[in-house]
Design a protein around this ligand. Structure first.
Ligand code: R5P
Length: 290
């Protein structure tokens, strides 16, 4: 197998290369004056299984296009099998029709990638696993939650209360709770489908004088975490921390989350950021060798 170092995930790709002890294929890339993308593989891929490591966090359209161009190039250059390793899969949250007239964006993206040559996909904590069943190639989502929870155990937060922002994501809190060895639970979040505004209902939880860690798949605007922090403050926890797989942290999200009383914010290098303290390389390397 060869690992193609996508422009959006070069560092992560190199870490995977080091773990798997395989060859890296660098990618030359540029943007034309009109905004179009250009890529060129700087290595041979003929008759090789090729894993292209490329996250698709913002600017997501450009990064998706780079991924498609790299896949096309690998196919034209005789790659045996093309695996897209996409730590953060853009458009995955629109995984069904919420309001009449919408597209199912996640499926559209998958079909585009298949047309470009992608034959298999590995992603990380996709918003809903079931959307992958409708992709036109085998696709698997691996979980970074044990790595994130392990980070907090090493920092001395074993037995912390693991919380998810809504019931739909309670499996994440449970998975983290298994590593932390404490309790887990969920808050009651709802989102206005037209405005996108998040609201969180008050809830009684036994978190008094405990460390609470809110686990979520994505932090985008920070609205979800800020709403969770407000509810939690009233329950007098010892402190509030946050762990997320994909720290998009749009605009002033990080600052606003800290102002809401959150201590530590930890994310992965799915989206390189100021809080990306946990590497996905081990979990992705394992998935690639299965
Ligand atoms: C939504 O259901 C996700 O799990 C995240 O909670 C959400 O995407 C976070 O977005 P934001 O930070 O904008 O509230």
């Amino acid at each position: 197998m060869k690992i193609v170092l996508g422009p959006a995930s070069t560092q992560l790709g190199k870490e995977i290369v080091n773990i798997l002890k395989v060859e890296a294929v660098p990618v030359a890339f540029k943007t034309f004056p009109d905004g179009e993308n250009y890529v060129r593989l700087e290595g041979q891929v003929k008759k090789e299984d090729v894993a292209i490591v490329q996250t698709t966090s913002p600017p997501q359209d450009s990064r998706l296009m780079q991924l498609a161009l790299i896949a096309d190039s690998a196919k034209r250059n005789g790659a045996k099998r093309i695996i897209a390793v996409v730590p953060y899969l853009a458009y995955a949250r629109q995984d069904r029709i919420f309001l009449q007239g919408e597209a199912i964006s996640a499926e559209t993206i998958a079909r585009m990638l298949k047309a470009a040559g992608v034959e298999r996909m590995i992603t990380v904590n996709v918003h809903q696993d079931k959307v992958l069943l409708r992709f036109p190639f085998p696709a698997k989502s691996v979980s970074a939650i044990p790595l994130l929870a392990g980070y907090f155990v090493k920092k001395g937060y074993a037995k912390a209360f693991a919380l998810s922002p809504d019931e739909g994501a309670v499996h994440i809190a449970k998975e983290a709770g298994n590593i932390l060895g404490g309790e887990y639970g969920y808050l009651e979040k709802s989102r206005n489908r037209y405005t996108g505004r998040v609201s969180m209902a008050k809830k009684t939880l036994d978190v008094r004088r405990k460390t609470v860690i809110v686990f979520d798949d994505i932090i985008s605007t920070g609205g979800t975490i800020i709403a969770a922090a407000k509810i939690l403050q009233e329950l007098n926890p010892e402190n509030i921390c946050v762990a997320c797989v994909h720290p998009l942290l749009i605009g002033e999200a990080e600052k606003l989350i800290r102002e809401a009383g959150v201590g530590e914010i930890v994310g992965t290098d799915s989206v390189p950021s100021s809080v990306s303290k946990v590497s996905l390389a081990p979990v992705i390397s394992k998935a690639l060798t299965r």
